[in-house]
Design a protein around this ligand. Structure first.
Ligand code: NAP
Length: 324
């Protein structure tokens, strides 16, 4: 099978498209023909060498799969050949999804929502699972509460807006002005230009000084340390970004704040709940660009360059040529 193999840590050209043996499913495992995967910041963080001890080289990386079951190992009861499935491979534990076939444990695989294309489904598994964990499991966001979602036009943020609206919360989000209309269409109530406005001032004005119930930090650094300034008493902060520097939490103490840190975990339950929201029309991932397996280096370079004009996700069509 074809796979995009990471040969050394470094720039996007550290990948090589190779022929490698097709994996075989063992007991409790499923072999999936990968139709689509997607690109996450974790992918370029791994590629450039942020986690050298966790990724032995050469490696097949990639953290989203949408595809079709080709074969099942002994003891598998939930899936049969021909089923359409979606999942995030175990992170830092075995080959990833930049390949024509992938093997995974039955327990982390879900049935793909029928109304999503493979490109859309592969754009939701990792970010959707992360957002589900952050907003529902950790922050326990409730109907009528308010939430500040940083980076609302990004892969994570655009899904977080939709989940928060499905819960019934009021959504404040930070984006650049070119993305105002995009996030309003997703349901954002108050849109803040992070380039020209101070979100703490806007939230204070919009909430009569009360603050929001939940801050969802997808940026880190100053955004995490300033979170208490935007938070209501007894508010919750959820961050999905590793903390590179010590943080002064004195303001959080004054707000009786709770902090949660999320590193996405895989399970079928989350996928099934996301699937329910998708089928009800309350969530749809936005595919902002599509590349082929062979063009993964271009896709990495684009996501990593930040001011890249992207909305939502970059999807990878496995087995077809570059699309846009
Ligand atoms: N812990 C976990 O399990 C987990 C899971 C998924 C992602 N993550 C992390 O979460 C972060 C976001 O991931 P992603 O997939 O959403 O990345 P992404 O698709 O690149 O989106 C990032 C978004 O943030 C915006 N942004 C940049 N600086 C900003 C600022 N100062 N204020 C507000 N918005 C800003 C960008 O907009 P512009 O176009 O204006 O630059 C972009 O829309 C990454 O660091 C990733 O590693 C963690």
């Amino acid at each position: 099978m074809k796979a995009m193999v990471l040969k050394s840590f470094g720039g996007p050209d550290s990948f090589e498209l190779c022929d490698v043996p097709k994996p075989q499913p063992l007991a409790g495992q499923v072999l999936v023909r990968v139709h689509a995967t997607s690109i996450n910041p974790l992918d370029y963080q791994v590629r450039r060498g942020d986690y050298p001890d966790l990724v032995p080289l050469p490696a097949i990386t990639g953290h989203d799969v949408s595809g079709v079951v080709e074969e099942v190992g002994p003891g598998v009861t939930s899936f049969s050949p021909g089923d359409e499935v979606w999942y995030t491979p175990q992170i830092f534990d075995g080959p990833g999804s930049y390949a024509e076939y992938h093997v995974a444990a039955e327990s982390i695989i879900g049935k793909k929502p029928a109304s999503l294309s493979h490109l859309e489904a592969a754009s939701l598994t990792l970010v959707g699972g992360t957002v589900w964990e952050a907003l529902t499991a950790r922050a326990a966001l409730r109907v009528g509460e308010s939430i500040l979602i940083h980076g609302g036009a990004g892969g994570v943020g655009h899904v977080a807006i939709q989940l928060a609206k499905a819960v019934g919360a009021k959504v404040f989000t930070t984006v650049r002005d070119a993305n105002f209309e995009f996030v309003r269409r997703l349901g954002a109530d108050v849109v803040i230009d992070y380039k020209s406005q101070d979100y703490v001032d806007v939230i204070s004005r919009e909430t009569d000084g009360r603050g929001v119930d939940v801050v969802f930090d997808t940026i880190g650094g100053d955004t995490l340390s300033r979170s208490p300034d935007a938070l209501a008493q007894l508010g919750r902060v959820v961050s999905i970004v590793d903390i590179a520097h010590p943080q002064n939490l004195i303001q959080a103490w004054g707000k009786n704040a709770s902090y949660h840190f999320v590193f996405t975990r895989q399970n079928r339950g989350k996928l099934d709940e996301l699937s329910t929201l998708v089928e009800r029309g309350q969530m749809r991932p936005h595919v902002g660009a599509v590349y082929s397996l062979a063009d993964i280096p271009l896709a990495h370079a684009r996501l990593e360059s930040h001011h890249n004009g992207l909305q939502g996700k970059i999807a990878i069509a496995v087995g077809s040529r570059h699309v846009s």
